[in-house]
Design a protein around this ligand. Structure first.
Ligand code: FAD
Length: 570
C-alpha cells in the first residue's frame, strides 16, 4: 500500500552519480533509457511532469511501415520502417497491432494505378527480402491495389471525384502510446536504471577538473533539490529545449521552432480501416489526412496549426470548427459536427520557417532521421548531447544508434543491443492467458498490463472488493488504481487517468470517474479533501475548455459541488 513515503524523500532514494543522465521521459527518453540500461550503462532518467505527457501521448499512434518513403524513393527509409514495424509487433504484441490502411488512386500520373501498383510491388518485394534476411516472419499481408468499388466499400462517402480505386497496405497501431512509454521505462528499471517523474532538470554545470557534469534536479512535488553528477547528458526534452538554457544566447538555434500539431478524436468508428483522404484547406491547398480507427473512436489528423513559443496546449472552438469544416468537405455529405469531438491531442514538433518567416513546415531533415547534436565544442559542455526525432516509430532504432555512438565516444564497455529482440516489460499477446473475470475486463487488462495481469489478479484474489468496476467506465476496475499508484509511479490524478488507465486519453473522464479515483488515491496517499479538489481541478484543466462544457464541469468548478448524477458523459 502506498503512503506518504511514496512522495517524500524521492530524491534521497536515488544515487548521486551516474554514467548517463537523460532529460525527458517521452518515447525518445524512454527508449534511450531502456537501450542504455540493458547494455549495462548506469542511467538516470528525469521527467519534469509525467512520462509521455508531451508529444508522445499525442500521436496518431501509427507505427509507419515505411511505404510513404517510397514517394521519395528513399529505400533505406522504407526498409527501416518495415524493420521497426516488425520489431514493435514482436517486442510489444499486446500494445501493437497491424493496421490496414488505404489511400485513393486517381487520374494524376503519380497517383495513378500503374504507378501506385509498381510502388506496392516494390514494397512487397522489400518486405519479403526483410523476412528472408532476418528470418522474422512479420505476417504482414501483401499490399495490393483495390478496385473503385472495393475502395468505396471500405471508405464510404468519401468525395468520389477523380478517385479510380485504391491502394491497401499495413502499418501498425500502438493501442496505448502512453503505457508503452512507461513499459520501456519499466523495462529499464528492471535492468538497474533509475527513473523519476515529476522531477525537472533545472540547471547544468560542468565540473572541468573531474570531467563530470552536475545536473540540479528538483522534485516538483516536494520541492526538494539534489545535484547529480554524471559523465554524459542527453537532452531529450523536445519542445522544451532544455539545452537552450545551458548555452549563451549567441549559440541559440534561431531557425529552430516548434509547430503545434493536432489530432482530433471523434467518438465513432468512421471506418474499419485507416483511410487517407485529401482535404482542402481554406487557402485551397490540399493535404493528406488520416482517419484511423482506435478503440471505439477515430483519430483524425494531423493539422499543423501555429508556432508556439512555449508548449502551450490551447485549442479553441474556432480551431475545432475549422477542422470539422475541412473534414466535411472531403465527404459527399457532412460527416461530423463539433460535438462529435471527444478529445484533442496536441503536441509540438520541430519545424522550420519559410524565407519570410511566416509559415511553418515540419523539419523534413528530421522526418526520416534523428539528429544527435554533440555540444562538446562549447566551453563546459563536453559530452553533452541533444537528441531530436520526429517519429514515435523510429525512437527505438534511433536510441540504439545513439547509445552505439555514445559508447564509442565515451569508451564505455557495453553489451550488444538486444532491444530488437527483448519483449518490453511483461509484454505478451492478449490471447495467451484466460481467467474467469468477464472476458472484456480480462482483455482490457491483458492489453494494458501484459504478464502483469497475473499480479493484478492476485491482488483481486486477496482483496475481492478491488474487482469493483470504476464508475463511469465499462472495463476498468479498482485494482488498477492500486497497481498504478504502488507499482507505476502514478502520483497525480492526471497521471492515473490520462497515462496509466486507458480512460482519460480518449476523452475527459466523467466526473464520477474522477471523483471515485481521487477518493481511492486519497486513501493511498493520505490526501486532504483540499488536495482531492485540487487534483480533480488540475485533471480537467489539462483538457481544452471547449471539451469540458459538455460535462458541466470546468477547471474551476468545485467537484464536490456537483452531483455525479447530473453529469453527462463526454
Ligand atoms: C499530433 C501528432 C501526431 C503524430 N503522429 C505520429 C504517428 O502516427 N507516428 C509516429 O511515429 N510519430 C508521430 N508523431 C511524432 C511523435 O509523437 C514524436 O516524434 C515523439 O513523440 C517525440 O517524442 P519525444 O520523446 O522526443 O518528445 P516528448 O514526448 O515531447 O517528450 C519530451 C519530454 O521531456 C520532458 N521535459 C522537458 N523539459 C524537461 C526538464 N527540464 N526536465 C525533465 N523533463 C523535461 C517533457 O515533460 C516531455 O515529457 C506525432 C506527433 C504529433 C504531435
Amino acid at each position: 500500500m502506498a503512503n506518504e513515503s511514496t512522495t517524500s524523500n524521492r530524491l534521497g532514494q536515488i544515487d548521486s552519480d551516474y554514467q548517463l543522465v537523460i532529460i525527458g521521459g517521452g518515447i525518445y527518453g524512454a527508449t534511450l533509457c531502456w537501450e542504455a540500461a540493458h547494455r549495462g550503462i548506469k542511467t538516470l532518467l528525469v521527467e519534469q511532469e509525467d512520462y509521455a505527457c508531451g508529444a508522445s501521448s499525442n500521436s496518431l499512434k501509427t507505427i509507419h511501415g515505411g511505404l510513404r518513403s517510397l514517394q521519395s524513393l528513399n529505400l533505406k527509409a522504407v526498409l527501416k520502417g518495415i524493420r521497426e514495424r516488425s520489431i514493435f509487433l514482436r517486442i510489444a504484441p499486446n500494445y501493437v497491432k497491424p493496421l490496414p490502411c488505404i489511400l485513393p488512386t486517381s487520374t494524376s500520373l503519380m497517383k495513378s494505378k500503374p504507378v501506385v501498383g509498381m510502388g506496392l510491388l516494390l514494397y512487397n518485394i522489400l518486405n519479403q527480402l526483410y523476412i528472408f534476411a532476418s528470418n522474422d516472419d512479420n505476417k504482414i499481408p501483401r499490399s495490393r491495389l483495390l478496385s473503385r468499388s472495393k475502395f468505396f466499400s471500405r471508405a464510404a462517402n468519401i468525395n468520389p471525384e477523380g478517385i479510380t480505386g485504391g491502394a491497401l497496405w499495413h502499418d501498425a497501431q500502438v493501442i496505448n502510446t502512453e503505457r508503452m512509454v512507461w513499459q520501456f521505462i519499466r523495462s529499464a528499471i528492471t535492468r538497474g536504471a533509475t527513473a523519476i517523474n515529476h522531477a525537472s532538470a533545472i540547471k547544468h554545470e560542468h565540473d572541468g577538473t573531474k570531467d563530470r557534469h552536475k545536473v540540479l534536479i528538483r522534485d516538483q512535488i516536494s520541492g526538494d533539490e539534489k545535484t547529480i553528477t554524471t559523465a554524459a547528458v542527453v537532452d531529450a526534452s523536445a519542445a522544451w529545449n532544455f539545452i537552450k538554457h545551458c548555452l549563451p544566447e549567441s549559440q541559440h538555434d534561431k531557425n529552430l521552432t516548434f509547430v503545434k500539431s493536432v489530432n482530433i478524436i471523434v467518438k465513432k468508428n468512421i471506418f474499419d480501416t485507416a483511410v487517407g483522404a485529401n482535404i482542402k484547406a481554406k487557402d485551397n491547398s490540399s493535404r493528406l489526412y488520416f482517419f484511423s480507427p482506435w478503440r471505439d473512436c477515430t483519430i483524425i489528423g494531423t493539422w499543423y496549426l501555429s508556432e508556439n513559443p512555449y508548449p502551450e496546449k490551447s485549442f479553441s472552438r474556432d480551431e475545432a470548427s475549422a477542422c470539422i469544416n475541412e473534414i466535411n468537405a472531403a465527404f459527399s455529405q457532412p460527416l461530423l459536427n463539433i460535438d462529435d469531438i471527444c478529445n484533442v491531442h496536441i503536441g509540438f514538433l520541430p519545424a522550420i520557417k519559410n524565407q519570410h518567416g511566416n509559415t511553418l513546415t515540419l523539419d523534413k531533415n528530421l522526418i526520416s532521421s534523428y539528429q544527435l547534436k554533440d555540444w562538446s565544442q562549447q566551453p563546459g559542455m563536453q559530452n553533452m548531447y541533444s537528441l531530436r526525432g520526429t517519429k514515435y516509430t523510429l525512437a527505438r532504432h534511433d536510441a540504439q544508434q545513439v547509445i552505439d555512438q555514445l559508447a564509442k565516444t565515451m569508451q564505455w564497455k557495453v553489451t550488444a543491443s538486444r532491444s530488437d529482440q527483448l519483449p518490453i516489460y511483461q509484454a505478451m499477446s492478449a490471447t495467451e492467458k484466460k481467467h474467469s473475470l468477464s472476458a472484456d475486463i480480462i482483455n482490457q487488462l491483458l492489453t494494458n498490463y501484459g504478464l502483469e495481469t497475473e499480479g493484478l489478479l492476485e491482488h483481486i484474489r486477496n482483496n475481492p472488493q478491488s474487482a469493483e468496476l470504476i464508475p463511469g467506465t465499462q472495463h476498468h476496475i479498482a485494482a488498477e488504481i492500486h497497481h498504478a499508484v504502488t507499482n507505476e509511479q502514478a502520483l497525480t490524478l492526471s497521471d492515473l487517468l490520462k497515462r496509466r488507465l486507458a480512460i482519460g486519453d480518449r476523452a475527459p473522464p466523467d466526473l464520477m470517474t474522477a471523483q471515485y479515483c481521487a477518493k481511492v488515491m486519497q486513501q493511498l496517499f493520505s490526501w486532504s479533501d483540499d488536495t482531492v479538489r485540487k487534483q480533480i481541478s488540475e485533471l480537467y484543466a489539462s483538457y481544452p475548455e471547449c471539451l469540458l462544457q459538455r460535462n458541466n464541469v470546468t477547471a474551476n468548478t468545485d467537484p464536490f459541488a456537483l452531483q455525479p448524477d447530473n453529469i453527462k458523459s463526454a
